[in-house]
Write a protein that binds this ligand. Structure first.
Ligand code: ADP
Ligand code: MG
Length: 250
């Protein structure tokens, strides 16, 4: 019973898992430093892989972070917090639409261009006002394309599953040679993608690293966790991948 499909997480799996802030676009009248400051303050309450990158970028600036309270993380969306009666939020376009914020057209243009090159747009808002846009970029692993080509030569179809935005996911998929992309999905939907393939009679492998991949790793016929990944991903997988090449450690 060999695998016929392999589902790949993107962030931390096909990518290096080392995102960095590559651009900041303040809304009209704002400054880059101000956008970075409030973004870092919000991310100080988050364990998301994007959070460390925002905090690292702000540390170079050195200004002390404003103190926020009532941190809430919304899976697949972003984070919010309060400073007294003022609400701050950071996350993707779905999150902002759900909260009733209107994204300024000139920033949407920048976000679209950056996503087409594999960048992840992250929006900053205060109450109903958009303060700016940050772009985070995670380099694609050097060996991702070769690993995918090797699987495809074995007759295995490779599929991408990611919570990241559609345009970003498609840019990375094109770079590594993946044709089928499920983007903007929540962790339980990753599991559903695998279950649906199994229903069709496929033997499904899943490769992932994150807390959000754990349910899918458990559902897969064979779950492969990255050795660099989170403990819960490793615990839910059958096999841990370590080293630079794809060595298998059962
Ligand atoms: P994945 O690891 O597959 O990309 P996640 O569900 O962790 O999926 O994240 C999906 C999206 O939600 C991210 O691409 C980002 O747009 C947004 N998001 C979630 N948490 C945060 C956060 N702390 N800071 C910024 N964006 C976030
Ligand atoms: Mg991941």
């Amino acid at each position: 019973s060999t695998l016929t499909q392999v589902v790949d997480d993107k962030t931390g799996t096909l990518n290096e898992g080392r995102p960095a802030v590559t651009a900041i676009f303040p809304a009209a009248g704002g400054s880059e430093a101000e956008v970075l400051l409030w973004a870092a303050s919000l991310e100080s309450g988050s364990e998301h892989p994007l959070a460390a990158a925002v905090l690292a970028a702000q540390q170079q600036d050195g200004r002390p972070l404003p103190v926020l309270e009532d941190f809430t993380a919304i899976p697949g969306r972003g984070v919010r917090a309060q400073q007294g009666k003022v609400g701050y939020l950071l996350g993707n376009d779905h999150f902002f639409a759900e909260q009733g914020l209107v994204l300024p057209g000139e920033l949407v243009t920048e976000a679209t261009q950056q996503a087409a090159q594999g960048g992840t747009p992250v929006w900053l808002g205060r109450d109903l006002e958009v303060l700016g846009l940050l772009i985070l970029k995670d380099p694609v692993r050097r060996d991702s394309a070769a690993a995918i080509a090797a699987l495809q030569r074995l007759g295995i179809e490779v599929v991408m599953c990611t919570g990241d935005n559609r345009a970003t996911a498609l840019a990375v998929a094109r770079e590594v040679g993946i044709g089928t992309v499920h983007s903007e999905i929540l962790p339980e939907e990753k599991l559903a993608v695998i279950a649906a393939l199994q229903q069709q009679g496929h033997k499904v492998g899943m490769v992932g690293d994150g807390v959000n991949d754990a349910p899918a790793l458990a559902q897969a016929d064979t779950g492969f966790a990255l050795g660099s990944g989170t403990d819960v991903a490793i615990e839910n997988a059958d096999i841990t991948l370590t080293g630079d090449s794809l060595q298998l450690v059962a």
